[in-house]
Write a protein that binds this ligand. Structure first.
Ligand SMILES: Nc1ncnc2c1ncn2[C@@H]1O[C@H](COP(=O)(O)OP(=O)(O)OP(=O)(O)O)[C@@H](O)[C@H]1O
Ligand SMILES: [Mg+2]
Length: 432
């Protein structure tokens, strides 16, 4: 259940691990601060004010003359932080501005109710800086104008500032560190993914914590071992293929001599096919070894390949200035193989090349029988042909698509086969 809501990437998970305790700590500190310090201080301030109000009221009740009270009133007004106004024969205002959800209103109301046992009225909103409290004493009204700073502890805002700003700064610092710590493992994962797809991977420099360094070093060792293995196997296969050519030629010659009554035509055909397989393989392994990336115009290359086929049933649609970085001669071979398949297994071929903001795509559409979905994976294997008897005569060996896949993979791209209503679509996708 919880797993569903957890972030998927390592970075976000680590970030959550850092963020959660910071937030919990801040909430705890805030609760403790507001409950034990801020509320209590504010209560104390309002409490002392009501005490003073009470003193004034009791003096007013006991005064001998108005002059005497006036003297005291002006004395308090000049020496104390609040003002007293006496409104003779007056009543309390009718409107009640008391707001239940305001912390201050509630606090003042509670204290006045508890301490001043008379009718009262107060307003915290009409004046920005002062609170007005009126108390009815007999027929008169005593109005107290109290500065808000007298009863309000402003440290709450400062506290919030102090607790959130460093929190945010700490988080930003940890995000910076975190990104640096996560980068090596992200790079390693990307390299492993690319290598798994048979694409070229630049060597990774070990960095980050010791465990990740170790994993990177081991990955590089494994990569080198696999590459060495592949290269040894390719060299060995090339060697064998090359050496096989001589006895095959000898066999061919001997058959020519013995094949007077054409009884050995079958064997001759088999030998021809073997020869073709070998030369196809040698051709490919030779071209693969001397490879370097260059920037070239893809449209020009496609036009060049199409031209070689000299077939007016091949239709090419491509932007004029389509730039691509890659191994030109390998890609030429790859496009050639696909067009060759189109001409062999279908009639009309349409080639479309375009670039969108994320990738470069080349589509090879034909109107042939297509390839059943279940065979899509298998036709990519070397020497695999769908209809073995059909292909025997035209000299197909079944290497075409596997070479295409190898070449596209080495460019970091993807080959996708799709069946249309009629015909096959081979989609080549390159990261842009
Ligand atoms: N455009 C296509 N339409 C229908 N079937 C196809 C098409 N392209 C390939 N195939 C099938 O996939 C098989 C494998 O193709 P691939 O190009 O690897 O080999 P091939 O064409 O038989 O031989 P090669 O290309 O080595 O001369 C083919 O034998 C063919 O049956
Ligand atoms: Mg082919």
């Amino acid at each position: 259940m919880l797993k569903k809501f957890l972030p998927k990437t390592l970075f976000l998970r680590y970030f959550l691990i850092i963020l959660t305790p910071i937030i919990i700590l801040q909430i705890l500190l805030s609760v403790v601060f507001f409950d034990s310090l801020w509320i209590k201080t504010n209560k104390g301030l309002v409490n002392s004010l009501t005490d003073e109000i009470n003193t004034v009221i009791s003096f007013y009740n006991r005064k001998k003359s108005d002059v005497e009270f006036e003297n005291v009133r002006s004395l308090i007004s000049t020496n104390s932080s609040f003002q007293i106004i006496l409104k003779k024969n007056s009543t309390l205002p009718k409107d009640n501005n008391y707001q239940k959800f305001s912390f201050y209103d509630r606090l003042i109301n509670e204290q006045l109710k508890e301490k001043v046992k008379m009718q009262y009225w107060f307003n915290t909103r009409s004046d920005k800086d002062n609170v007005e409290i009126q108390v009815k004493v007999k027929n008169d009204i005593l109005s107290f104008i109290v500065p808000k700073s007298r009863i309000r502890n402003s440290s709450g805002r400062i506290f919030i500032l102090w607790i959130t700003v460093p929190g945010i700064i700490l988080l930003l610092i940890s995000v910076l560190f975190l990104r640096n710590q996560i980068r090596p493992i992200t790079n390693l994962a990307l390299s492993a993914e690319k290598f798994g797809k048979g694409q070229y991977v630049a060597p990774n420099k070990p960095s980050g914590p010791i465990e990740i360094r170790k994993a990177t070093i081991e990955f590089e060792k494994m990569k080198a071992r696999i590459l060495r293995h592949i290269s040894q196997r390719t060299t060995m296969l090339s060697g064998i293929s090359h050496d096989l050519k001589t006895p095959l030629t000898r066999l061919k010659l001997q058959i020519e001599i013995l094949n007077k009554d054409r009884k050995l035509d079958g064997i001759k055909e088999d030998i021809n096919e073997m020869e073709k397989m070998i030369s196809e393989y040698l051709d490919y392994s030779n071209s693969e070894s001397n490879t370097e990336n260059t920037k070239f115009n893809l449209n020009k290359l496609l036009v060049e390949v199409v031209k070689k086929f000299n077939n007016d049933k091949i239709n090419l649609k491509s932007e004029d200035n389509l730039q691509m970085v890659g191994k030109k001669h390998l890609l030429r071979r790859c496009f050639s193989n696909l067009i060759d398949n189109g001409t062999k297994y279908a009639e009309n071929i349409s080639i479309t090349a375009y670039k969108n903001n994320r990738q470069l795509e080349i589509l090879f559409d034909d109107d042939g029988p297509g390839i059943p979905e279940s065979e899509h994976e298998r036709v990519m294997r070397p020497f695999y042909k769908l209809d073995k008897s059909r292909n025997l005569k035209d000299g197909s060996v079944g290497l075409g698509l596997s070479i295409v896949q190898d070449i596209i993979n080495s460019h970091g791209g993807k080959v996708m086969l799709e069946n249309k209503k009629k015909g096959l679509r081979v989609k080549l996708q390159f990261p842009n």
